[in-house]
Each structure stands twice: as C-alpha cells, then as structure tokens.
Design a protein around this ligand. Sequence first.
Ligand SMILES: Cc1cc2nc3c(=O)[nH]c(=O)nc-3n(C[C@H](O)[C@H](O)[C@H](O)COP(=O)(O)OP(=O)(O)OC[C@H]3O[C@@H](n4cnc5c(N)ncnc54)[C@H](O)[C@@H]3O)c2cc1C
Length: 495
Amino acid sequence: MSTEKFTQQSGFPKQNGQSISYWLRGVQGDALLNHRTTPELPVSTDIVVIGSGLTGTLVAKECLATWPEKRIVVLEAREFCSGATGRNAGHCKPDQYRGFEAYEKAFGNEQALKILANEWQTWSDMVQYVRENDVDCNLWVGDTLDVPMTPEVAARTANQFERVRAAGGKVDHIKVTTEPSEAAKISRIDGAQACYAWSASTLYPWKLAAHIMRENLKNGVNLQTRTVAAFVKPSSENPGKWMVQTDRGEIECGQVIHATNAYSPALEPSLRDLIRPSPHICNKIVPPVSFAGSNGLQNSYGVLLPDGALFSINPNCASGGDLILFGGSNPGQRKFENWLSEHPQKYADDGLTSFETISDAIKEFTESHLPGWTAEHSGIAYDDGWSGIIAWSADTVPFVGQLPNLPGQWICAGHHGHGMARIFTAAPGLVKLMAGKSWTDTELPVVWEITSERVVRLKEKKPLNVLTALSGKTEPVEAAPILETLSHERSGPRL
Ligand SMILES: Cc1cc2nc3c(=O)[nH]c(=O)nc-3n(C[C@H](O)[C@H](O)[C@H](O)COP(=O)(O)OP(=O)(O)OC[C@H]3O[C@@H](n4cnc5c(N)ncnc54)[C@H](O)[C@@H]3O)c2cc1C
C-alpha cells in the first residue's frame, strides 16, 4: 500500500443508504440490532467502549472479566455490529508464511515470526471460544488452500514459504504440493501450479459478536445502539475524566476505548495519516449445481494471481455450500481504487453493492478455472454483493494501547482488512494494558503498540529503525525500508 494514500481521509459511519450484507440480512428483526439497555444514555460511567464490532464486543467482555464491579457502556453509531465485522467475508485465515517477507523487511525477523505466530494463536483462541461456549455461528474448521496460478507466482510463493522455514518459523503444519496436476486435483482449480494447505475457519461473524454481546448484557454491560460519539473532551468538572459527546447527550467516564476501526480518525484527529478508511466489496455468488451442496467446494481459498492480486473464497461450507463469497483484492481491484481516488467522498461509504471490474474478474475466474462451473446453469449473478469499510494501517499492523498524550483513552484499531485473525488476541491484550500490565504480558507483537515514536515516525513517513525500536538500543542502525516495502504491497487484505 502506498503511504502517499494516507491523506486526511476520514468519516463517521454512514447513516443512510448502507448496503446490506448477507450476514446482516440473515438477522434482520433480531432485537439486538437496535438494543438500548436503558432508554436514556447514562450521564456517567466508568468505561465507555465506542464501537460494537468484534473489537468493542470483546473489549467489553474482557473489561467485565477484569473489573466485574465497573460500569461499562458500549456506544454504537448504527445497528449492533453493522461495521466491518457484520460485512466481511467470514474468513478467519491465519497467515502462516505469505506476509513474512514484507513483515521481515519492515519489522525484522523476530517480529515477523511473532506476527505469524500471533495469527495462529488468534485463530486457535477464537475456535476454542466458539467450541467451549457452543456458539451458534456456523463455524467451519478445515483446510484453507493457497493456490498460485502462474509459474512466476508459484516461484514467489515457494520463496516466501522457504524464507519462513529458513528463519526458524513453524511450517510443518502446512501441506505443500508442488506438482501442478496434483495441485489442480486437490484444489479443483484448473491451472493451479501448487497448493499450500493448513487449518483455518469460516464463520458467521455477526453471530459470534452477538453471542459475546448477549453474555456481556447478562453481566451488566449497557449497550446503546444508534448513538454516534461525535467527540471526546476533558471533563470540565472532574479533572482526569473524559466527556464523550454524542448525538443523544454527554456521558462522563474515566476510560474511553476507541474500537472504531476504520472510523477512528474521524473521532480522534491524531489518528489521521495512521488509519485510512476505504470501502471493500464482497460478492455473494449462488453456485451452479456442479458446485453446490455435496458438490460444493470443501475448502476456503486464497487464489494467488500475478501482480499481488488474490481471490479470497469462502464457500460457506458449514451452511451446506449454498453460496460462495468472494473477497480479497482481485484483479479488478485496481480500477476500483482508481475510481475511489476520483470519488474521495466515498472513502467511508459502505453503500456500494458491486463494482464492474471486480464482478467481471470473478466471472472470468469461475468460468475459466472451475471445471463444470457453467455447464448446468447460465443465470449466475456476479454482481450481488455489499461493501464494508476497511481500516488500512499506515504500516499494515494494528494500533493497540493508550493514545499518546491522552491518558485514559485507549485504542485497538487499524486491523488492515484482517481483523478476524487479529482481534481475538489484540482486544484482550489491550485490556491487560489498561489493567497496568506490561506489553510483554499482552504477548502481542511489539510493533502493534501505539507509541509516540511510532505515531511521529509514520506521520513523518520515516522508516522504522528495527534494532532501535525492538531492542531499546540507541545506536542508529540500518533502517528497514518499511515505507518502500509497503508501497510495493498490494492494497488488499492478506486473507
Ligand atoms: C468487505 C470486507 C471483507 C473482509 N473480509 C475479512 C475476512 O474475510 N477476514 C478477516 O480477517 N477480515 C476481513 N475483513 C476485515 C474485518 O472485518 C475487520 O478487520 C474487523 O471486522 C474489524 O472489527 P472491529 O470491531 O475493529 O471494527 P468494526 O466491525 O468496523 O466495528 C467498529 C464499529 O464502531 C462503530 N463506530 C465507529 N465510529 C463510531 C462513533 N463515532 N460512534 C459510535 N460508533 C462508532 C461502527 O459503526 C462499527 O460498528 C473484511 C472487511 C471488509 C470490509
């Protein structure tokens, strides 16, 4: 992602004309969507969590567990969990090697491995939570397949994989097939050049967040949907406290948590240049009989294409393969991004339901590479979809911790289109910091911490001095070319 794109873009959640995702459509009428625990907004509380996506919901859960006696209010601008969590592609795919090269260049070897290990831990924690709590959220656990589609992409993928192995990373759980005909057989994709398989999940993300929030409500959380936090200012009456100004009145509190992801810079201007909102499209395709039900795809996918493009495919296995969701940054994404740069008012607009070049690329891929796709069925709609707002992080990793110079204001945001593989560890990590524990106690990659140094460096578009930042040494060493690295990264989620 080019850092030049990190201009002053920001926006609050769109109040009218949003697209409706498959997930939100499936729960229309659920009382949680418009829940207000009390008819009026409380005038004061201990903790205000702004945002009811997976981050805000999990942060509230962890706060309850840490301080059962504290009063917690969750504010949500629209319906419950109607942001990215309610609109994503439903894929929790822990990156196990693909991002390593870029992370290594940006943050050094140890942190790159730590990021991959964290993704695995996050996925494991999420699956464990769903199973232990019997959460009804269509969880599927199985092999996700990375499938490079040209010899050049296969060579690059093999190189990325070998780099992790050479660096001492864990790769023995990844099944690698380098023989193209065998890869095509395993993946059911014509033209597959190789296949990398490891465990991942698909799920109904809204239902997971809803389960957690219902537990929170039972334990005393006050949820206020359709309440926009407009700004946060110091309390004039009680020094050290914050006043959250909303469209329904003010609420005074000791701690504020920004769980607002892509919308964070609209509410907190110091986050501009660090987190940038941008719409992303998810297409829902009802497959032909040859790819439905028991004939359906049995894996999730990252189909790897030239120029860093990729299709992320979720065949909704746990629902019997009735539909296939396509996300990722497909070959039509570039034209979408060009269009967006000509329509800057759309950067926080989740009203789009499709974009022609993105739909066309899916049609081309399915018809050319999935044998038998069109044989029995011709009326497939490729442009049936929705959009959500992704929070691009200026250095691709989230911002977790206390906002510099704003004691008592905390953040867990900037998940870079990959929050399902980050939030289940990032949100509890944040609450540990709030409880006075050290960064080490969070067990999160240290490069996720929001520090004054990171903020200034990213605003000045300077590279990270890896050794200084990570070891505390003060001697300057050769800086990792993070901005250069990231400017060559394709601006799509690493799903
Ligand atoms: C189309 C799409 C596909 C994706 N696919 C995947 C995927 O397959 N796998 C994956 O890992 N990740 C995916 N992502 C990214 C993932 O969905 C996010 O990283 C994750 O859901 C972020 O969760 P969150 O709780 O931090 O943010 P959100 O779910 O966006 O929650 C933030 C909430 O804060 C509320 N809010 C914001 N500002 C205010 C305010 N001022 N006052 C009150 N409320 C406010 C918003 O309304 C919103 O509900 C995708 C994202 C999109 C858009």
